[in-house]
Ligand binder design. Structure first.
Ligand code: ADE
Length: 245
């Protein structure tokens, strides 16, 4: 993934986020290109209409075919191999595995941001490879989900994170929650820092962190433990945690 194109009726929502911080720097350095297209630029009527009432009746509006078709045709006109996704609550749920898949995909990622009650199903059939949701809640549109997907995928591209060690650490802990972190001062409001972290005992620190990561995951996200990559050490730590309860 070296290029991302986004089709939206709110292009102004993207630049403040995508121009800042790590993603902004990655773009400046040419590690990824992001182009945001205004769907209304592909309308042909005076009112720049992008939606219409649903066949069969019911509440809300549906995104029309023709502006989307024109936008997609004009973007794909450059001949780049393209993977097209629609962000919608009806999609497959986005996760770290999908972010990895997108970041490794050589094709340009083309993201259509849904609005209103949805998109004419014929658009999906004609142009969309995957429908993707960012979680089981309903937002007002696909713009934040598109930003979530771009952010999570671009940060995995080679060279984007300055500190490559942080990705290695992350792939090691893949599938469970992170351990608690501390920084200076050593005493704050009567609260200290776990002693092992200032001991200089690296094996002790690794063990403490892994155990606390497992403790959190057991308490907050037990569902993750079934899929996580756990070894015999982890199983021992889990037994210890259970005995401490
Ligand atoms: N559009 C509205 N809500 C959404 C969600 N949860 N994921 C993706 N697109 C959406």
């Amino acid at each position: 993934m070296r290029q991302i194109d986004v089709v939206t009726i709110f292009p102004e929502m993207f630049e403040p986020y995508l121009g800042s911080s790590i993603i902004g720097k990655a773009r400046e350095r040419g590690l990824v290109a992001v182009n945001v297209h205004n769907l209304r630029d592909h309308t042909e009527d005076k009112h720049r209409t992008t939606d219409d009432t649903p066949y069969g009746g019911g509440p809300g509006m549906v995104m029309k075919i023709e502006p989307i078709a024109r936008a997609f045709e004009s973007i794909k006109n450059d001949g780049l191999p393209t993977r097209s996704i629609l962000v919608t609550p009806q999609g497959r749920r986005f996760d770290q595995g999908m972010a990895e898949e997108f970041s490794k995909d050589e094709r340009r990622l083309l993201i259509l941001c849904g609005r209103y009650e949805g998109v004419d199903e014929r658009v999906v059939e004609q142009y969309i490879d995957d429908e993707v949701s960012v979680g089981d809640y309903v937002l007002t549109g696909g713009e934040l989900p598109a930003l979530v997907i771009i952010d999570a995928s671009v940060r995995l591209l080679p060279g984007v994170l300055g500190d490559e060690g942080s990705l290695e650490d992350e792939s090691f802990s893949w599938g469970i929650l992170d351990y608690p972190q501390y920084t200076r001062p050593p005493q704050w409001g009567g609260k200290g820092v776990p002693e092992v972290l200032t001991s200089g005992n690296h094996a002790g620190i690794d063990r403490y962190r892994r155990k606390e990561a497992l403790r959190r995951t057991m308490a907050r996200r037990p569902d993750l433990l079934d899929k996580a990559r756990l070894d015999s050490n982890d199983m021992r730590l889990i037994e210890e945690i259970k005995e401490e309860e």
